[in-house]
Write a protein that binds this ligand. Structure first.
Ligand SMILES: NC(=O)c1ccc[n+]([C@@H]2O[C@H](COP(=O)([O-])OP(=O)(O)OC[C@H]3O[C@@H](n4cnc5c(N)ncnc54)[C@H](OP(=O)(O)O)[C@@H]3O)[C@@H](O)[C@H]2O)c1
Length: 236
């Protein structure tokens, strides 16, 4: 999509980390934003920053796991953007790591309901109008663990393989249209995600790296249709 048009961009999980960084990066071009996440205080701060940067910004608190909440927030989005969503960044996600037998049923539900169902619920709402307008870019935050496996990541990698398959099947459904869908597949990114985890953060990607990748996908030319972008840390 052209750098010069003001795009209507929806970001889930915009209150923190990668979602926040994507909003701040794209705000440099004064696009229009609809942000969502559960934490009102953090979400409103991000919205305030975009507003200070001169962007038109709306936000609503909601849980991507809940179909009724997604429907309600999507109706606000439709009103704010008059049915024209140009870009959906389906970014909200959670992760729990450990040997399979140590992971809990609650962690299973949290991860699959957020990372898979939450993406499905948003995609199914924005796709009809994107198809009708024959225009739109969907970007799903998958992971390098959507393309490979690792010890201690069974459930998380399971969710990311699931969204990876979801997007690849969707790309087949979108053949012949100008609606595009891509995943971003980062390795470890230094975000609040790791705040309560005892890990070495010095060799990780920055959230800004993912934000610049998002820009690349949004601004790709009409003749290209990025499938996925795998990003690994440069400091190895
Ligand atoms: N950090 C990494 O190393 C890494 C690597 C590869 C892929 N990713 C993916 O990147 C995405 C963003 O991760 P991050 O590193 O930016 O983590 P983060 O800083 O913890 O941000 C996660 C975001 O998701 C939102 N969220 C979580 N559960 C939600 C729910 N049920 N409903 C609505 N929003 C929800 C959170 O907001 P609230 O708490 O306010 O709801 C927050 O805004 C995730 O999909 C993750 O799997 C991360």
């Amino acid at each position: 999509m052209s750098k010069n048009e003001a795009l209507n961009i929806v970001i889930t999980g915009a209150s923190s980390g990668i979602g926040e960084a994507i909003a701040l990066e794209m705000a440099k071009d004064k696009h229009h934003f609809f942000l969502t996440a559960r934490n009102q205080e953090r979400l409103s701060k991000v919205a305030e920053n975009l507003d200070k940067m001169g962007c038109q910004v709306h936000y609503a608190v909601g849980d991507v796991r809940d179909a009724k909440e997604v429907e309600k927030i999507h109706s606000y989005v439709e009103k704010a953007f008059e049915g024209k969503v140009d870009v959906l960044v389906a970014n909200a996600g959670v992760g729990y790591f450990g040997n399979l037998e140590d992971l809990t049923v609650e962690q299973y539900d949290l991860q699959f309901n957020t990372n898979v169902k939450g993406v499905f619920l948003w995609l199914r709402k924005v796709l009809p109008n994107m198809k009708k307008r024959n225009k739109g870019q969907i970007i799903v935050l998958s992971s390098n663990l959507g393309l490979k496996t690792d010890s201690r990541a069974s459930l998380y990698a399971g969710t990311k393989h699931a969204v990876q398959a979801m997007v690849w099947c969707l790309r087949d459904e979108l053949k012949g249209t100008h609606v595009k869908a891509a995943t971003i597949n980062p390795g470890s990114v230094d975000t609040p995600w790791f705040n309560s985890k005892d890990v070495d953060r010095t060799k990780m990607l920055f959230a800004e790296d993912i934000a610049k990748t998002t820009r690349l996908i949004i601004e790709q030319s009409e003749t290209s249709n990025i499938d996925h972008i795998l990003l690994l840390p440069g400091k190895r």
